[in-house]
Design a protein around this ligand. Structure first.
Ligand SMILES: C[S@@+](CC[C@H](N)C(=O)[O-])C[C@H]1O[C@@H](n2cnc3c(N)ncnc32)[C@H](O)[C@@H]1O
Length: 317
């Protein structure tokens, strides 16, 4: 885990949220977990803080719950990404949003009764855990779900990074772009059929290799993004004559950019995942900051054998 906030990664996160991603609570196990925690927590007036909230996955669960008599909920969603917060503002009106690093929030001591984070705080470095402790009011509770090093998500991210790197190395996107350029030249009268055929012949073996890669790794690799890319390129190839070739070139360039950004994010996820030793250190630091910490638990997701996350739970007496 890094010592420093990951501000330099914010543009990648902005792109991710701008693409309309839904965030991490899609898994029913995660949703059930938060529902159980929130049922026990939202029994009184509660000021809740969702740290590194993304599109507000955890806050959305809290907001959807029927509160018992006497309970109220005042939510603040904090994230480094303005684009993530724009989604929160639109999706969860009434929730306060704050663009800041979780390591340095600028919020007052003891401002919150419940602090949650799902696959978020670890991106902000070790200082963010102490900052969360500072923000927790007496009687308040903290629940953090963080990436588990060498666990199920880590394993999936590694495979994704490898498959994307292999795809880019094949040069299939560059070869496809060269074909589009040759087709454009042909259409404008500046090119010739031989150049187009040469570009087509350069592309063909790369497409074959791409197909083999997908067959070996399975269509679900990299979240299905590579299989989607393959289908998109095949569709484009078949409709080359009627296609807006300039727009097609932009699409290929975008696809290449998106793949690189995806791999970068997966790599960042692997880097911030916490080992058992790091979790023990964080728990010790939170204890020194005055919290009573439970033993860390692990969470398995999607029926996978390896844990995907650590659950860190504590309260301020
Ligand atoms: C994997 S996403 C999780 C988002 C959300 N909690 C969820 O479960 O869907 C990680 C989030 O951490 C945010 N983030 C990264 N570095 C941060 C930092 N230093 N401070 C606050 N947020 C940060 C990113 O913008 C992103 O929204």
């Amino acid at each position: 885990m890094t010592q420093n906030p990951t501000e330099k990664q914010t543009p990648a996160w902005d792109n991710w949220w701008r693409e309309g991603q839904e965030g991490g609570a899609q898994d029913p196990t995660l949703r059930d977990y938060w529902q159980r925690v929130l049922e026990q927590t939202l029994t009184r007036p509660v000021r809740m803080l969702d740290l590194a909230c993304g599109a507000g996955a955890v806050t959305a669960i809290a907001n959807s719950m029927r509160l018992p008599t006497g309970a109220t909920l005042d939510c603040t969603c904090l994230d480094a990404s303005a684009d993530a917060l724009a989604i929160v503002a639109q999706r969860l009106p009434g929730v306060h949003t704050l663009q800041a690093s979780a390591a340095s929030t600028g919020l007052g001591d003891a401002s919150f009764d419940f602090i949650a984070s799902q696959f978020g705080l670890e991106y902000a470095g070790t200082g963010a855990f102490a900052e969360a402790a500072r923000l927790l009011a007496p009687g308040g509770q903290l629940v953090l779900i963080v990436h588990y090093r060498e666990g199920a998500i880590d394993e999936e991210s590694r495979t994704t990074c490898e498959a994307i790197a292999q795809t880019l190395e094949l040069g299939v996107l560059d070869a496809f772009d060269a074909l589009l350029q040759a087709a454009l030249a042909l259409r404008s009268g500046a090119g010739n059929a031989e150049a187009f055929t040469a570009a087509d012949q350069t592309l063909a073996p790369r497409v074959q290799q791409f197909a083999t890669l997908l067959k070996d790794r399975g269509p679900a690799v990299a979240g299905g993004s590579l299989a989607q890319l393959f289908n998109d390129l095949a569709g484009l190839y078949q409709s080359l004559e009627s296609t807006d070739l300039t727009a097609a070139r932009e699409g290929v360039e975008r696809a290449s950019r998106d793949l690189k950004a995806f791999a970068q994010r997966m790599q960042a996820m692997r880097e911030v995942a916490l080992s058992a030793e790091e979790v023990a250190q964080i728990i010790e630091a939170l204890g020194i900051a005055g919290l009573e910490m439970a033993q860390p638990e692990t969470l398995k997701l999607g029926g996978r054998p390896l844990p995907a996350a650590w659950i860190l739970r504590g309260q301020r007496p």
